[in-house]
Design a protein around this ligand. Structure first.
Ligand SMILES: O=C(O)CCC(=O)C(=O)O
Ligand SMILES: [Fe+2]
Length: 302
């Protein structure tokens, strides 16, 4: 089996704004579209990709609109920023769903309205179908990473067993370069040690995350691999030259989603090369915690 065929990777952009319209025919994945195959639309992997061991990628039509992004990070009285000011938190903050207690039980708390109402983060994620197999069919826990300044990143890590192995990461404010890594035997290229294990510094998969997009990580990519963001102020892209597909400078991994990019700047960078300066980025990490309790029933258990 090739290395690629072991991966179960899904990336997609946000479904369009507005009310959900029931779909009569399932959306076809990228592979089936390319080969003009009949796609059964099953998430996280359709039968055609599953049989071939290919990563199955669905790309719903439109990214989150700018109005939704502004509502979330633009300092409105109801948005994420006001929540941060209220809670005086600077960088990493669990914005909703409550705290994880012993044995990975989530002490559930109501979600703030900016994730349940406009711009509809929760309904949008439900509509992707990626949470269908999770306990609550939707995320019940969201972490806001507020915020990444240019030059900041996050070390390769795994999200761990507390959550159902599906995580949706929404990018707001700026693009970034997101990489998946694997553990390997120790040698000169090792970049880190975690629990005695060595992380290979060459990513197995690299993705250019655009603002207002979501990437959904599942399967082996959740359970076996690590993900991280390098500490860079800009990302230089070596263009697609008709033979080699676009790559981040210094890395030998194709930008896996280069054909799916929506923004003119990012598309031009992958086609002709260029440098994308990172701005201030916020991210929402949305997951489903299987075991939940509310504080009242927890105390009554006594
Ligand atoms: O900010 C991101 O895109 C990644 C955040 C992340 O990996 C996490 O919160 O576990
Ligand atoms: Fe993570």
């Amino acid at each position: 089996m090739s290395a690629q065929s072991q991966y179960n990777y899904n990336a997609m952009q946000m479904p369009p704004d507005g009310p959900r319209v029931p779909r009569r025919t399932p959306m076809a994945c990228q592979f089936c579209r390319g080969r003009k195959l009949k796609c059964d639309g099953v998430r996280p992997s359709c039968a055609n990709c599953n049989r071939r061991g290919f990563p199955c990628v669905y790309v719903p039509v439109k990214p989150l609109a700018r109005a939704g992004e502004n509502w979330l990070i633009g300092g409105s009285s109801c948005g994420v920023r006001s929540y941060f000011i209220a809670t005086r938190n600077i960088r990493l903050h669990k914005i909703t769903g409550g705290q994880l207690a012993a044995k990975n039980v989530l002490m559930i708390q109501p979600m703030p309205s900016f994730v349940t109402t406009f711009p509809g983060i929760i309904p949008r994620l439900e509509a992707t179908g990626m949470f269908r197999s999770s306990a609550h069919q939707a995320p019940n826990h969201i972490i806001m990473n507020e915020k990444y300044l240019p030059g900041q990143g996050i070390m390769p890590h795994q999200d761990g067993p507390a959550y159902h192995p599906v995580v949706a990461t929404i990018s707001l404010g700026s693009h970034t370069a997101f990489h998946y890594y694997r553990y390997k035997a120790q040698d000169a290229n090792s970049i880190d040690v975690e629990d005695g294990r060595i992380i290979d510094s060459t990513p197995v998969l690299s993705v250019l995350l655009e603002p207002r997009s979501v990437i959904i990580t599942t399967g082996n990519f959740y359970t076996s691999y690590l993900h991280g963001i390098q500490e860079l102020t800009e990302d230089t892209i070596v263009a697609n030259d008709g033979i080699n597909q676009p790559k981040f400078e210094g890395l030998d991994t194709t930008i896996a989603n280069w054909k799916m990019l929506a923004g003119s700047e990012t598309r031009s960078a992958v086609m002709t090369g260029g440098t994308l300066k990172r701005g201030v980025r916020y991210s929402l990490t949305c997951r489903d915690v299987e075991n939940v309790a509310n504080i009242k029933s927890f105390l009554n258990r006594g």
